[in-house]
Design a protein around this ligand. Structure first.
Ligand SMILES: O=C(O)CCC(=O)C(=O)O
Ligand SMILES: [Fe+2]
Length: 250
């Protein structure tokens, strides 16, 4: 079953129109640190990943209501499932994450080598916004690239769209979120169930606009650039975000 899904991913990558789609995505990504990537995978792969994500978050997940000084006390109000729990319940998701085909396509899109995240907890995480006011507030990620699969999302009228400020960097000791917001224009992107997007998350300040109603579920696959492996990366916000002690278990 999983082998067939991964084969479909490989076949999809051999479509003749792919080169043109990748070139357009690569230009968008280079100019604003964000690009839609829905064309990278076929519907069958999206459906199989969505099925596993929904089954896992239906049974597990930990509610978070936190603020981090490293990101200027912006809020995280959400339910998460950790990489370890995902790995325990899905063979497909780790298989897709490691797929040479997918990683190769991502490298073409971002214009440089893409590597598995060396810190396992940041390889893939499920996040669900499910209550009015739930949000993944302004932040940067520890590693360079995120591939986000949107599984469920309300219409943009109810929030849940993505906002980002490319060309900004994270000083964990002095995050100055408001200065980063003032330094460059903010782009807002609507996302729909079945969409994928790629972001240069370590130099693009980003957030998910607070939800007023509905449910928004994503799986975020994080990848590293070569430079990430040459620098010491600390993980305090992600460690705190996924720690059992910092959460309201539900
Ligand atoms: O939910 C999203 O679209 C973004 C998620 C995100 O920024 C993250 O998981 O770090
Ligand atoms: Fe992020």
């Amino acid at each position: 079953m999983n082998a067939r899904i991964l084969q479909e991913l490989d076949q999809h990558a051999r479509r003749p129109q792919l080169a043109e789609e990748l070139a357009a995505a690569r230009r968008r990504f280079a100019s604003c640190g964000f690009s839609s990537a829905s064309f990278l995978v076929p519907p069958s792969v999206k459906e199989a990943v969505a099925e596993d994500v929904l089954a896992i978050i239906g049974k597990s997940g930990i509610r978070r209501d936190l603020r981090f000084k490293e990101t200027g006390n912006t809020p995280r109000r959400m339910r998460n499932v950790t990489q370890a729990e995902i790995t325990a319940h899905s063979a497909l998701i780790p298989g897709v994450y490691q797929s040479e085909t997918l990683v190769g396509l991502l490298a073409e899109l971002v214009g440089e080598p893409v590597l598995a995240c060396p810190y396992e907890p940041e390889q893939y995480v499920i996040t669900r916004l499910e209550r009015s006011g739930d949000t993944h507030g302004w932040h940067w990620d520890d590693y360079s690239f995120a591939l986000v699969w949107v599984i469920e999302c309300p219409p943009a009228e109810d929030g849940g769209f993505v906002q980002c400020v490319p060309g900004t960097t994270w000083d964990k000791a002095n995050p100055s979120i408001n200065r980063a917001l003032l330094s460059n224009p903010t782009h807002s992107f609507e996302v729909l169930p079945g969409d994928l997007y790629v972001m240069r998350t370590n130099t693009t300040l980003h957030r998910v606009y607070p939800l007023s109603s509905g449910v928004r579920t994503i799986i975020n696959m994080g990848y590293a650039a070569k430079t990430d492996l040459e620098t010491v990366v600390s993980h305090e916000t992600m460690d705190a975000l996924w720690a059992d002690s910092a959460a309201e278990k539900a």
